[in-house]
Write a protein that binds this ligand. Structure first.
Ligand code: GDP
Ligand code: MN
Length: 397
């Protein structure tokens, strides 16, 4: 689950990271009032930022500076309602604008292959890290944290010097530690600060002081850990989630949409992966990953069918059930029921083996649906599904 910037910044602050103060507004008038407050307490300008779960807001016109409350209202008026890469802006963040001397990048991410947390730092921040990796890979520095002890002090210092931030050693080490603490405490799989900026702060005696500040952050939480973070679950932004994802979660179904034409309904994650592999091998493309779980009852099957059919590119459906705890007859009943309610007619091939497979075959045969065929083996089922999808794509109904 991705967090909105204003939520992510709360988590960073809780772990002692330097985040400029901020407020959230959902109207231009509210943005002006917040701007007024920051300007009155000494800020030269404020920054108004779109709160959406996509990056590159700056380039898309979603980040603006303002020197007066009126300008802030204008900027908010422009940004609110903007469509940024398909996300509608409903809120803006208002903060005192930092005077940026240089932008860096610092993140920690779960490196599954290495089974460790990976720190990535770049002396070129403010732009997407993928871009830096392509254009100037030598600007990027990586270090794996110790699996039990976290980022060790010497590692943090080395990273600091590699980035050219030696003048801010103590601050940097504290930030790197705070980043790691934020990640672990919240079961995040990514905590990214971009830009991590060296910011010039004017002092009362007309001199200035440079500090490091976290100006923008992106945090994603491991979905499987959300059960133990009810507070983070509250931060979920349903407005920005796919309708299908919300429905899948409500049903407790593990569903991931893909780009192909063959909808898959399978019980068990391993069997679902195998089914997808076989579809690809047979020349087809799966439209989704879907694990309906063990012990799937008829209503779950019907819900799963609705999720698959919500995708307009689905041309054929492959049902692959290995009946262990799940009973074949329950699944078959669910399929027939779902079939009778579905608005869009899509051909379907069903392979059910194991518990009550014979009852399942009877139920499916009794339904008398010419577009619902059964297959005895998985290979046969896959072959038929691929053929059905190819036929339906060549001659759309
Ligand atoms: P993103 O484009 O979605 O990553 O949004 P960011 O918050 O990172 O903002 C994009 C860019 O706007 C940053 O890289 C900065 O150059 C600029 N920016 C953001 N906040 C400030 C600020 O407080 N002061 C100044 N001068 N520029 C800012
Ligand atoms: Mn950014």
């Amino acid at each position: 689950m991705k967090l909105q910037e204003y939520h992510a910044k709360t988590l960073l602050s809780e772990h002692g990271l330097p985040v400029p103060p901020y407020a959230v507004a959902d109207t231009p008038a509210a943005a002006a009032a917040e701007a007024q407050r920051f300007l009155a307490s000494g800020a030269g300008r404020v920054v108004i930022k779109a709160q959406v779960l996509v990056g590159g807001r700056g380039k898309a016109g979603g980040v603006k500076l303002a020197a007066t409350p009126e300008e802030a209202a204008e900027a908010a008026d422009h940004i609110l309602g903007l469509d940024i890469k398909g996300s509608l802006v409903r809120r803006v963040l208002v903060a005192p604008a930092a005077e940026i001397a240089h932008e860096y990048y610092l993140s920690c991410v779960l490196d599954r292959a290495a089974r460790r947390v990976l720190f990535i730092g770049s002396s070129e921040g403010g732009v997407e890290i993928e871009q830096v990796a392509a254009d100037n890979p030598s600007a990027i520095h990586r270090v794996h944290a110790h699996p039990h002890l976290g980022l060790l002090d010497y590692q943090a210092r080395e990273l600091c010097f590699a980035l050219g931030l030696g003048a801010h050693l103590r601050e940097f080490v504290a930030i790197a530690r705070g980043l790691y603490a934020t990640m672990i405490a919240n079961d995040a799989d990514l905590v990214e600060i971009n830009p991590l900026a060296v910011v010039r702060e004017p002092l009362p005696d007309a001199t200035a002081r440079d500090t490091i500040q976290c100006l923008d952050t992106k945090i994603t939480i491991d979905d499987s850990a959300l059960d133990r973070h009810p507070r983070l679950e509250q931060m979920r932004d349903l407005d920005e989630e796919d309708r299908v994802d919300i429905a899948a979660r409500e049903q407790g179904l593990s569903f991931i949409r893909l780009n192909g034409t063959i909808g898959c309904m399978v019980n068990g994650a391993g069997l679902a992966m195998t089914t997808m592999d076989l579809i690809k091998r047979a020349g087809g493309e799966p439209a989704n990953f879907l694990d309906i779980g063990g012990g799937a009852k008829a209503d779950r099957v019907a819900a799963a069918m609705r999720l698959i059919l919500a995708d307009d590119s689905v041309r054929a459906i492959l049902v692959n059930i290995f009946g262990g705890i799940a009973r074949g007859d329950e699944v078959a009943r669910g399929l027939v029921e779902a079939r009778s309610m579905q608005e869009r007619h899509v051909p379907m091939v069903v392979r059910i083996v194991g518990t009550n497979a014979d009852l399942a075959a009877d139920i499916l045969a009794e339904a008398g649906d010419p577009d619902l065929i059964t297959a005895a083996t998985l290979d046969e089922a896959v072959e038929q599904a691929v053929a059905m999808a190819a036929q339906a794509t060549a001659a759309p109904a």
